[in-house]
Write a protein that binds this ligand. Structure first.
Ligand SMILES: Cc1cc2nc3c(=O)[nH]c(=O)nc-3n(C[C@H](O)[C@H](O)[C@H](O)COP(=O)(O)OP(=O)(O)OC[C@H]3O[C@@H](n4cnc5c(N)ncnc54)[C@H](O)[C@@H]3O)c2cc1C
Ligand code: SF4
Ligand code: SF4
Length: 454
């Protein structure tokens, strides 16, 4: 027998990153009952894990946390965290999502977020939320400003010692908790499933995971973050304060050998941002950026780049061929200088790979929206309607549609919410007037077909 809990909303937003939260808030503020479905144990996406953000150098969590809290406390928003979307389909004029909530092994109605279980748990494993540089317990609140502030038990590493259950003041631990199934229906949906970093392990000549002190840019975000693993920037292999840090640009973008031929659009800017932050926290360190070309395309971005040069950050126009283990934990960078020095090698205490963006979710087999040649969700009117997909009533926001920065993600998320609201209004008007709702998205069937086959 199908025992799925059934819920009905006006709108579903898939993905609780900054894009999904913005769409959900814009819909909810207009009075639409909105469900946010997030696969992680907390909402917030990548932005809540960043240090500061270009080009303003605002603290990322200071901007993201209020949005997360606003969504969590909004009367019209219901959050479904730790959920896998099995299937999204259009059925009888509605969008139906079949969702499985993985067990946290914690009753979230009872958990008060006191962390006593976390302090008591004897198991410590590397914490991916902190770039793998520090440990976390087998039961823990995912990170300091996670929403919801509810514990989650990692069943793979738990040794079932029972300590968390005996210390928990509310009896929230449920070792035999089972997955829950939900069937969520709505009239419209926004896909805001974001991005993942390109897997640099595939680029063997860069030695990620093999050469000590080669890290990726998200790990550097954590080293720079106020609640980072060490509280300061230290070299991971031996804890030394690095005197020289290098960035390798396009390490996972514009590289057909990795199947990523596009530019990820944010890596130049985040490398410049991190370099500026490093100059602030390590004033004596030399920071070098090896780049093919710098793409500083947004408002005030060129000025940001010029400021970085004025601060003494060294920009070397070069193609990095490979990395190697150097002397005393250093990393040797072999590169071809594009401005005359030819093939050269230099050593740095640490190297950061500026990884690119891959789609955060592939809808294939789960949702009948099309994807483009780059794997991101295809928009059928990329110029004039960047949030329209080829599935009626389903819109896309943020990096789910392609690489972009936070400003563009927020702008698109507002656009997607507006399209969804227009769609809901048209449905309502059609129902009121008793007319056939043949194309509330404003696109005739013929135009949809045309656009899809562009
Ligand atoms: C190292 C680094 C530094 C950066 N620094 C900056 C900066 O300083 N300034 C700037 O403007 N931009 C910066 N960016 C870019 C910025 O992170 C993105 O623009 C922004 O986070 C995109 O938000 P999003 O909501 O589209 O995606 P995400 O943040 O990826 O959110 C997507 C959410 O959807 C969830 N999800 C995915 N699939 C599913 C599914 N099937 N079901 C349910 N949930 C799902 C994910 O768990 C995630 O929570 C940086 C990027 C990187 C990699
Ligand atoms: S599970 Fe219990 S001990 Fe752990 S945070 Fe929640 S209330 Fe506290
Ligand atoms: S039962 Fe598992 S999660 Fe709980 S304290 Fe023991 S090892 Fe940690």
């Amino acid at each position: 027998m199908d025992s799925a809990h059934e819920y009905e909303f006006d709108a579903i937003v898939i993905g609780g990153g900054i894009g999904g939260l913005q769409s959900a808030l814009d819909l909810a503020d207009q009075g639409y009952r909105t469900a946010v479905i997030e696969k992680d144990a907390s909402i917030g996406g990548k932005m809540i894990r960043l240090s500061k953000v270009f080009p303003t150098l605002d603290c990322a969590s200071c901007i993201t946390t209020p949005k997360m809290a606003a969504a969590a406390h909004h009367e019209q928003i219901t959050l479904f965290t730790y959920c896998d979307v099995n299937d999204i389909e259009r059925k009888d004029g509605a969008i139906e999502a079949s969702v499985t909530q993985r067990p946290r092994y914690v009753d979230i109605d009872k958990c008060i977020g006191c962390r006593k279980c976390e302090y008591e748990c004897p198991v410590s494993v590397p914490d991916v939320e902190q770039g793998g540089f520090s440990g976390r317990k087998a039961i823990r609140i995912p990170f300091s400003n996670a929403i919801p502030q509810k514990a989650v038990l990692d069943v793979t590493n738990c040794m079932l010692c029972g300590k968390c259950a005996s210390i928990c003041p509310t009896g929230a631990i449920v070792y035999n908790q089972q997955p829950e199934s939900y069937r969520i229906t709505a009239k419209t949906a926004v896909l805001a499933t974001g991005f993942e970093l390109t897997s640099i392990n595939d680029k063997r000549q860069y030695g990620m995971g093999e050469i000590p002190n080669v890290i990726d840019s998200m790990q550097m975000e954590r080293l720079l973050a106020p609640h980072g693993p060490y509280g300061r920037v230290l070299r991971p292999s031996d804890g030394m304060i690095p005197d020289s840090i290098a960035y390798v640009q396009c390490a996972g973008s514009r590289d057909a050998s990795m199947g990523v031929s596009y530019c990820s659009r944010v890596c130049c800017m985040y490398a410049i941002k991190q370099a500026m932050l490093l100059s602030g926290s390590l004033p004596l360190a030399d920071i070098t950026i090896y780049y093919m070309d710098i793409r500083a395309f947004g408002k005030n971005y060129e000025q940001f780049y010029q400021n970085a040069k004025a601060m003494g950050i060294e920009f070397v126009k070069a193609k990095v061929a490979s990395l190697d283990t150097g002397e005393d934990g250093a990393v040797a960078v072999h590169y071809e200088d594009q401005q005359g020095e030819g093939v050269t090698t230099r050593e740095h205490d640490m190297v950061v790979l500026s990884a690119g963006m891959l789609p955060g979710w592939s809808p294939q087999g789960q949702c009948p929206v099309s994807i483009g040649g780059d794997g991101f969700i295809k928009t059928i009117q990329p110029k004039t309607g960047p949030s329209l997909t080829d599935l009626e009533g389903v819109f896309v926001a943020g990096t789910a549609a392609g690489p972009k920065d936070i400003v563009d993600t927020i702008t698109e998320a507002g656009g997607a919410a507006m399209e969804a609201a227009k769609y809901l209004t048209a449905l309502h008007e059609d129902a009121t007037e008793g007319q056939l709702a043949s194309s509330p998205q404003g696109l005739g069937d013929e135009r949809i077909k045309e656009a899809v086959h562009e």
